[in-house]
Ligand binder design. Structure first.
Ligand code: HEM
Ligand SMILES: *[C@@H]1O[C@H](CO)[C@@H](O)[C@H](O)[C@H]1NC(C)=O
Ligand SMILES: *[C@@H]1O[C@H](CO)[C@@H](O)[C@H](O)[C@H]1NC(C)=O
Ligand SMILES: *[C@@H]1O[C@H](CO)[C@@H](O)[C@H](O)[C@H]1NC(C)=O
Ligand SMILES: *[C@@H]1O[C@H](CO)[C@@H](O)[C@H](O)[C@H]1NC(C)=O
Ligand SMILES: *[C@@H]1O[C@H](CO)[C@@H](O)[C@H](O)[C@H]1NC(C)=O
Ligand SMILES: *[C@@H]1O[C@H](CO)[C@@H](O)[C@H](O)[C@H]1NC(C)=O
Ligand SMILES: *[C@@H]1O[C@H](CO)[C@@H](O)[C@H](O)[C@H]1NC(C)=O
Ligand SMILES: *[C@@H]1O[C@H](CO)[C@@H](O)[C@H](O)[C@H]1NC(C)=O
Ligand SMILES: *[C@@H]1O[C@H](CO)[C@@H](O)[C@H](O)[C@H]1NC(C)=O
Ligand SMILES: *[C@@H]1O[C@H](CO)[C@@H](O)[C@H](O)[C@H]1NC(C)=O
Length: 317
C-alpha cells in the first residue's frame, strides 16, 4: 500500500515536473470524438478532388507548423493589431495555403464534437489524408496535440529551411529538430507533389551547373529574370506533379530537381545512395517517409493541459 502510494506520488511528481510528458496516441479521440478521423478524411478528399494541389498545400502546412514551436497549430493564427503570427514570415508569405480547408474541417468536426479535437491534430491528419488521396502511403497519425496560445515569426524565418541551402545546411536545419539525415532525404520526397514560385528557383535555372540544360531552358520561359514573373508556378515534380510517388528522386538522378536544395540531395555526396535506393524501390521510400513524418509530428507537442483546444483555428479562444 505504502509502496503503491509512493509510486503514484513519484509518477505525479515526474509528470508535474515535466520529466514525463503525456504521449501522443493513435486512439486519442476514439471515445471523445469517434467520427473525427472520418470527418477530416471526407473534407480533405473533397478539397483534393476539387483541386489536386490542395493535397500538397495541406502536407506542407503540417511541415511548416511542426518546424516552428513544434506541431501546435501556431501557423494557423491570423495576425491582429495586437498579435503577430507566422503567416507573413518569409517562407510562408504568399506561399502557404490551405487555411480555408483547415477551417472547414474544424467547423465540420466542431458540429460533431464541441471543443475536443485540436487544430494541430487536424493539420497532422489532413497531411496524411492528402498523401493517401494522391496515391502515397498511409500511416497511423499519433494524436493528442493541443493548440498553442502563441506563435513565433522570427523562428519561422530562421528554422524553416530555405531553397538556397546546401546539403550541410539542410542537415543542420533538420538536426535542430532531432530529425536525421535519412529523415531529411525521405521528407524531401514530399516535393513529389505541389508547385513552387519562380522566385524560389530562379537562381538555380540561370546559375546552377548541376542542372539539365534543356530542363533549365524550358523553365526560363515562365520564369524570366523580371520580378514580374516572381509568382509564376512550376511543378516540383515535372513528370507526375499530382501523384505521390518516387519520381521526385528519379528527377534528381536526371539533374532535374527544381529547387537548389532538392538537387543537393543528389550531387556527389553521401546522400546519393539513399536517393538511388528510393528510385530503385518506391516501397522503401514510402516506408521511410511514413516513419519520418511520424517523427516530425512528434516535435514538441503541447499535451495534457498545456495550450488549449481552439474553437476557431485562426485565433486563440
Ligand atoms: C528539405 C528542405 C525543404 C525546403 C528547402 C523546402 C522548400 C520549399 C519551397 C521553396 C517550396 C515552394 C514554395 C513557394 O514557391 O511558395 C516548397 C513547396 C512545397 N514543400 Fe517544401 N521544402 C523542404 C522540405 C519539405 C518537407 C519536409 C515537406 C513536407 C513533408 C515539404 C512539402 C512541400 C510541398 C508539398 C510543397 C508544395 C506546396 C504547394 O504546392 O502548395 N517540403 N518547399
Ligand atoms: C507579404 O506579402 C504582402 C503582399 O501580399 C506584402 O505586402 C508584404 O510586405 C509581405 N510581408 C513581408 C513581411 O514580406
Ligand atoms: C521565438 O523563437 C526564438 C528562437 O527561434 C526564441 O529565441 C524566442 O524566445 C522565441 N520568442 C518567443 C516569444 O517565444
Ligand atoms: C554550405 O553553406 C554554408 C553557409 O552558406 C557554407 O558556410 C558552407 O561552406 C557550405 N558547405 C559546402 C560543403 O558547400
Ligand atoms: C558532403 O556533405 C558533408 C556534410 O554536409 C560536407 O561536410 C561536405 O563538405 C560535402 N562534400 C562535398 C564535396 O560537397
Ligand atoms: C531534441 O532532443 C533534445 C535532447 O533530447 C531536446 O533537448 C530537444 O528539446 C529536442 N528538440 C526538439 C525540437 O524536439
Ligand atoms: C546569378 O548569379 C549572379 C552572381 O551571384 C547574380 O548576380 C545573379 O543575380 C544571378 N542570376 C539570377 C537570375 O539569379
Ligand atoms: C536533358 O534532358 C533531355 C530531355 O529529357 C535529354 O534528352 C538530355 O539527354 C538530358 N541531358 C543530359 C546532359 O542529361
Ligand atoms: C514574365 O516576364 C516577361 C519579361 O521578361 C514579361 O514579358 C511577361 O509578361 C512576364 N509574365 C508574367 C506572367 O508576369
Ligand atoms: C506559368 O505560370 C503560370 C502562373 O503561375 C501557371 O499557371 C502556368 O501553368 C505556368 N506555365 C508553365 C508552362 O509552367
Ligand atoms: C475565425 O477567426 C477569424 C480571425 O479572427 C475570423 O476572420 C473568422 O471569421 C472566424 N471564423 C468563424 C467561423 O468564426
Amino acid at each position: 500500500m505504502a509502496l503503491k502510494e509512493s509510486l503514484a506520488f513519484y509518477l505525479m511528481f515526474f509528470l508535474f515536473a515535466g520529466f514525463v510528458s503525456p504521449q501522443l496516441s493513435t486512439t486519442f479521440y476514439d471515445n471523445s470524438c469517434p467520427s473525427a478521423l472520418q470527418i477530416i478524411k471526407n473534407t480533405v478528399d473533397a478539397a483534393v478532388q476539387k483541386e489536386k494541389r490542395m493535397g500538397a498545400s495541406l502536407l506542407r502546412l503540417h511541415f511548416h507548423d511542426c518546424f516552428v514551436q513544434g506541431c501546435d497549430g501556431s501557423i494557423l493564427l491570423d495576425d491582429t493589431p495586437t498579435f503577430t503570427g507566422e503567416k507573413t514570415a518569409l517562407p510562408n508569405n504568399n506561399s502557404v495555403r490551405g487555411f480555408d480547408v483547415i477551417n472547414t474541417i474544424k467547423a465540420n468536426v466542431e458540429s460533431a464534437c464541441k471543443q475536443v479535437v485540436s487544430c494541430a491534430d487536424i493539420v497532422a491528419v489532413a497531411a496524411r489524408d492528402s498523401v493517401v488521396a494522391l496515391g502515397g502511403p498511409y500511416w497511423d497519425v499519433l494524436l493528442g496535440r493541443r493548440d498553442s496560445l502563441t506563435a513565433n515569426l522570427s523562428q519561422a524565418n530562421t528554422d524553416l529551411p530555405a531553397p538556397t541551402l546546401n546539403l550541410s545546411g539542410l542537415i543542420s536545419a533538420f538536426s535542430k529538430k532531432n530529425l536525421s539525415v535519412n529523415n531529411m532525404v525521405a521528407l524531401s520526397g514530399a516535393h513529389t507533389i505541389g508547385q513552387a514560385r519562380c522566385i524560389t528557383f530562379r537562381n538555380r535555372i540561370y546559375n546552377d551547373t548541376n542542372i539539365n540544360a534543356s530542363f533549365a531552358l524550358s523553365l526560363r520561359a515562365n520564369c524570366s529574370t523580371s520580378s514580374s514573373n516572381n509568382s509564376n508556378l512550376a511543378p516540383l515534380d515535372t513528370v507526375t506533379p499530382t501523384n505521390f510517388d518516387n519520381y521526385y528522386y528519379q528527377n534528381l538522378l536526371n539533374q532535374e530537381g527544381l529547387l537548389h536544395s532538392d538537387q543537393e540531395l543528389y550531387n556527389g555526396n553521401f546522400t546519393d545512395s539513399q536517393v538511388i535506393s528510393y528510385v530503385n524501390n518506391g516501397a522503401i521510400f514510402f516506408n521511410d517517409f511514413s516513419n519520418a513524418i511520424i517523427r516530425m509530428g512528434n516535435i514538441s507537442p503541447l499535451t495534457g493541459t498545456a495550450g488549449e483546444i481552439r474553437l476557431n483555428c485562426s485565433k486563440i479562444n
